[in-house]
Design a protein around this ligand. Structure first.
Ligand code: SF4
Length: 385
């Protein structure tokens, strides 16, 4: 479907309501359902089963339900297929649901991991961040409220053994499904200790992957705050070909202070850039990543940042802002389709000019990097958008 990437942009900008027919389809238990780990963009839904994401053509799209959504997701019982429908036009498109992982039926796995975008096995540890204690959390982050309000079974702090065993079980139970393992957190106040924790979990994942001989098929990814002692970044060179991200979130310094007051006060934008430079040295060009959130600053600023990162050997990651419940910004700031389209076209050009890489390979539900890498913003926008 040629226009799938553009539809993904509009669904992310304007939200999707989920019809009861889809929840009834979810009841069969074979679809990857939403399990709250830290982001909760579900303002108008509670207590019923929802897919965590869907696939439109080749694009994985997050399900963000805002309450006044332009799209609806419905399930047609006759054809046993799901469809996306636009509220103001006759446009409707078939979608695919994303299969659940067999391994998540095991409580020992369900307590420690999740499937993300159908292809990433995600480990979130610690499930807390000291910026919330200091009242300096990032404005888009819903970690604390989600952990407080959801009575789920996720462990708060994972061990190396938790990760190694869960990766082994996933590779055994669901052969061919996992393309990447993601280690992400939460941050400890001692950033050096937190960084070592994430490296240790990644090392355990790599060990499990190597025991299956899959180190060329399954990559290991870490999203973390950089350590204060930047010499610790060298620890990453022990890992076989990891991808690592230190996230700026926004490019403009003033906006960085507003959106990420804890990162600004305790680390600073310039030191994050210095840490990214060191990451490029440790991992090689373009395996270091940094997220810029589309919608939290002007499109031209996001694109300037993406270009500046690419020039220094860092792969920029463009994540579309999703308005999470429990976050400080909430529904107060939303990107328009026009803004996202401008960023997508600029990102497309960057993929022509630099050998930058997506962080999420085929599973970026709110990210648009894989679509740009595939050249999907090179075609005209659909007339109805
Ligand atoms: S660093 Fe920011 S985005 Fe990450 S967990 Fe802490 S508050 Fe949330």
């Amino acid at each position: 479907m040629e226009e799938a990437a553009w539809i993904k942009l509009d669904v992310l900008a304007n939200g999707v309501a989920v019809d009861e027919s889809v929840s009834q389809r979810c009841a069969r238990g074979d679809i990857a359902e939403r399990r709250n780990v830290y982001n909760t963009p579900l303002w108008a839904e509670s207590g019923r089963a929802l897919p965590q994401e869907i696939r439109i053509g080749e694009c994985v799209v997050g399900i963000n339900v805002y309450g006044q959504d332009d799209w609806s997701l419905v399930h047609d019982v006759g054809s046993d297929m799901g469809f996306l429908r636009h509220k103001d036009t006759s446009a409707h498109f078939p979608i695919e649901y994303i299969d659940n992982l067999t391994t998540l039926a095991r409580p020992a796995s369900a307590h420690v991991t999740n499937i993300y975008g159908g292809a990433a096995l995600a480990f979130f540890s610690p499930r807390s961040c000291y910026f919330f204690s200091d009242d300096t959390a990032c404005g888009f982050c819903s970690l604390k409220g989600t952990a407080r309000d959801t009575r789920d079974e996720f462990k708060t702090l994972l061990s190396e053994q938790d990760v190694e065993l869960a990766v082994r079980r996933a590779l055994t139970d669901d052969p061919g499904r996992i393309e990447q393992v993601m280690i992400v957190g939460g941050n400890l106040r001692d950033l050096d200790r937190g960084f070592r924790h994430h490296v240790a979990l990644a090392r355990s994942a790599s060990r499990a992957i190597a025991s299956f001989g899959l180190e060329n098929e399954v990559s290991v990814h870490i999203a973390t705050m950089p350590p204060h002692d930047q010499d610790l970044i060298e620890l990453l060179s022990e890992l076989p070909n990891p991808h690592v991200m230190f996230n700026l979130e926004v490019w403009d310094q003033t906006r960085f202070s507003e959106i990420c007051p804890g990162k600004d006060a305790d680390y600073g934008r310039e030191r994050i850039l210095a840490a990214l430079d060191q990451l490029v040295v440790a991992l090689g060009p373009y395996r270091a990543h940094s997220i810029l959130i589309a919608g939290l600053e002007a499109p031209t600023t996001t694109l300037s940042g993406a270009q500046a990162l690419a020039q220094r050997g860092v792969s920029p990651i463009i994540n579309v802002y999703h308005s999470d419940m429990h976050s400080r910004i909430g529904l107060g700031d939303r990107p328009s389709f026009a803004d996202l389209a401008e960023i997508a076209e600029g990102l497309q050009a960057l993929y022509t000019d630099y050998p930058i890489l997506p962080y999420w390979r085929n599973c970026g539900r709110n990210a648009i990097d894989r679509e740009a890498q595939m050249g999907r913003f090179d075609c005209p926008r659909p007339a109805f958008l």
